[in-house]
Design a protein around this ligand. Structure first.
Ligand SMILES: Nc1nc2c(ncn2[C@@H]2O[C@H](COP(=O)(O)OP(=O)(O)OP(=O)(O)O)[C@@H](O)[C@H]2O)c(=O)[nH]1
Ligand SMILES: [Mg+2]
Length: 298
């Protein structure tokens, strides 16, 4: 005599708690195998219910899979954090931004690209942790091809290795080369509270704020962006803006609005690109890092 169907439904629900994707699918399939195979009545309904949960799980895992790989671009630049499992990538992202992200003392804690917005020099940048790449990734091992695709789409990358294990980057460099990924690159040695960084790597420890500041500076340089400060007429404050050089006054105006760019007849400039404070310049004047710009319109 099977257990009452109402109880059975509760038991099934309990067995599914916290199970996602493949694990949930396997559990549902196991349940189907255990259910009495009645053609009608409450047990037939229960079987139908389990079957529809199974369909739903299949659809959802397909959708999640697609969504999880693509990363919606945000901020002035996208920087990929790449490295072997356990290198400390998630910990760095967490220290540089406000996101809560799972870290763990084991490999493959992170299984899909994770974006984290951070403000460096007043400019929003997007950092993206790429799950540990494995040997053969360029041949799509471990879903490597789509991960490499995410890296290729970034503006720059930070290659992370544990301070004592620089050679763990060798197989990753091979995969990146095989996949034709060429980006401005910074090599970071992590966990320098445990061991010193080898030559050629920037040493960082999440326990050392000064090292995190150095990392911020290095990431900023890596993006190749310049900053100009935008002054609105009649306002004393100027907000920082990121631009990709070479950039002119019109490019600055465009970051405000296309209409402003169309009507722009020049600017007043203070800072490195100005010969004197408040110099009046034309639309095509090249702006420089650190300039303050007041766009003039008709
Ligand atoms: N001592 C020390 N330990 C660290 C530091 N950064 C990370 N760790 C530890 O290293 C382990 C791995 O850190 P994660 O940030 O999860 O590494 P990951 O590269 O994201 O790992 P996967 O996502 O699994 O590839 C965790 O146990 C962290 O606590 C550091 O600066 N110093
Ligand atoms: Mg991680």
């Amino acid at each position: 005599m099977p257990m009452p169907h109402r109880t059975y439904r509760q038991v099934i629900k309990r067995r599914l708690v916290g199970k996602e994707g493949g694990e949930r699918r396997r559990e549902l399939q196991a349940i189907l195998g255990e259910l009495p195979n009645y053609k009608n009545g409450p047990y037939a309904d229960l079987r139908k219910w389990v079957q529809s949960r199974l369909e739903e799980t299949r659809t959802r895992s397909r959708v999640v899979h697609r969504d999880s790989i693509a990363v919606q671009r945000e901020g002035a630049a996208q920087v990929a954090f790449v490295g072997p499992p356990n290198a400390g990538k998630s910990s760095l992202l967490q220290s540089l931004s406000n996101i809560q992200i799972k870290t763990g003392d084991y490999a493959f804690t992170t299984t899909r690209p994770i974006p984290a917005l951070t403000r460096i020099r007043g400019v929003l940048l997007q950092l993206v942790e790429i799950p540990g790449l494995i040997e053969g990734a360029a041949d799509d091992r471990g879903g490597g091809r789509s991960l490499l695709g995410v890296i290729r789409g970034a503006d720059a990358m930070v290659l992370c290795h544990e301070a004592t294990r620089p050679s763990t980057l060798d197989p990753i460099r091979r995969e990146l080369t095989a996949a034709g990924v060429e980006l401005p690159t910074l090599v970071v040695a992590t966990k320098t509270d445990e061991a010193a960084a080898p030559a050629g790597s920037l040493g960082v420890s999440v326990l050392d704020d000064a090292s995190l500041d150095e990392l911020r500076d290095a990431i900023w340089s890596l993006t190749g962006l310049i900053r100009v400060f935008l002054r609105r007429p009649g306002e004393a404050d100027a907000e920082p803006f990121a631009l990709r050089p070479p950039a002119t006054v019109v490019d600055v105006a465009e970051t405000i609005h296309q209409e402003v760019a169309d009507e722009c007849r020049g600017a007043r400039v203070w800072g490195p690109s100005a010969r004197f404070a408040g110099q009046r310049v034309g639309r095509e004047h090249a702006v420089a890092d650190g300039d303050t710009i007041e766009v003039l319109t008709r």
